[in-house]
Design a protein around this ligand. Structure first.
Ligand code: SF4
Length: 374
């Protein structure tokens, strides 16, 4: 495989083109075509000379993802399955925020993947079921967002039953790094991708609109705290003590709750920013009201918000979602102690939106063997 252009920063492209004898403004033109215009091919970069276009095409791939499947939920969430150049599959979810199901979305959040599969094997998650394959490159992370932008501009995003309408001004406002894989286990590629997504010459999405989620890697949480970018942190807690976490999250055997909380304290102190605890409610595992009290105590100490997400069942896994009454009671208990908590009835339940499910279904139907044509 050739290197992918979108793994390079503007500066890196500039240095490469200078070495080839081109003036610096050529690099600016290249990144404008790549990001502002989401160009389909090097050939489309019409203000570059033919020899430069040919050289770029011989040295780099412009796109790293190819749409393979596209599923829309009745609640307007859209799940995309991409084939990468080596035939591997990853998922991206587009979550439009609409004033109503039939009106146009005014904000778009894209949830991206950072790895093919996942090595962390959380027991409730589809992404880790077939193990870990590889890290995504920075360009493969960036391309998930840019391909959605391109889709919004060229074919449009469908809302409800209305046909999609292309929107030349289509933009993505928020990024959540909560798709397949553990983002902080692919730290360097993730950070490079986020710098490109954040850069004014790149996707120009504000760092405060970017949330990175982790299952709890203490060293990398501290590393993230020391980054100059003001990225938001979401910790997938799902359990407030080692007994619960050990049962559902093998990462806890290596990094127990106490160690994770130390890292979170370091993050909160260093960044001075509110973090979020993600807490998937699983029947009989972590939905006891005593655990709500423990969660409240942890959130208060760290000044964290809490997102409560009733479990989205995964085919082949035996975990169940608690009753809605139980979920509401848990949320009420957390809120009653003054913690900002939201109960999220997960979007996209009818399209296998829990991370990794669409990929698993597709692999069962037909394992990917043919490399994608970029
Ligand atoms: S929840 Fe996240 S870290 Fe855990 S297995 Fe799934 S993708 Fe990996």
């Amino acid at each position: 495989m050739k290197p992918d252009l979108k793994s390079l920063t503007h500066d890196e492209i500039t240095r490469l083109l200078i070495k080839q004898g081109h003036p610096t403004y050529r690099a600016t033109q290249v990144v404008q075509w790549a990001y502002e215009r989401a160009a389909e091919s090097f050939d489309a970069m019409s203000n570059l000379s033919l020899p430069l276009r040919q050289w770029l095409a011989s040295e780099f791939d412009l796109w790293t993802v190819k749409a393979l499947r596209d599923q829309r939920s009745t609640d307007t969430t859209e799940k995309l399955l991409w084939q990468l150049r080596d035939g591997q599959l990853v998922e991206t979810v587009l979550i439009p925020a609409t004033p109503g199901l039939t009106s146009c979305a005014d904000r778009h959040t894209v949830c991206v993947s950072t790895q093919v599969g996942c090595a962390y094997g959380c027991k409730f998650c589809a992404s880790g079921l077939n193990g870990f394959r590889r890290n995504l490159t920075a360009g493969e992370i960036v391309d998930q967002v840019l391909a959605v932008v391109r889709m919004g501009r060229t074919t449009g995003i469908r809302v409800g039953d209305a046909p999609p309408v292309p929107d030349p001004e289509f933009r993505v406002q928020n990024i959540v790094v909560m798709g397949m894989g553990e983002p902080l286990a692919n730290y360097d590629h993730l950070m490079k991708a986020l710098k490109i997504i954040n850069a004014p010459w790149g996707l120009n999405i504000g760092s405060r609109k970017i949330t990175v989620s982790t299952c709890g890697l203490p060293e990398q949480i501290k590393q993230l705290a020391n980054e100059p970018m003001q990225i938001r942190l979401a910790v997938s807690l799902h359990g407030t003590n080692d007994t619960v976490r050990d049962q559902i999250m093998p990462v806890n055997l290596k990094h127990p709750v106490r160690e994770l909380m130390h890292a979170c304290e370091y993050y909160a102190k260093t960044k001075g920013r509110m973090m979020t605890f993600e807490y998937i409610l699983i029947e009989g595992v972590n939905d006891d009201l005593n655990l709500a009290d423990q969660l409240t105590a942890m959130a208060r100490r760290l000044h964290a918000k809490v997102n409560l997400i009733p479990y989205n069942p995964v085919e082949g896994l035996h975990w169940r979602r608690p009753s809605l009454d139980r979920c509401h009671a848990f949320a009420a208990r957390v809120k009653s102690r003054g913690v900002a908590a939201t109960l999220r009835i997960e979007k996209g339940g009818d399209i296998a939106a829990a991370c990794g499910q669409l990929r698993l279904q597709t692999m069962r139907d037909k394992p990917p063997v043919t490399p994608a044509v970029p």
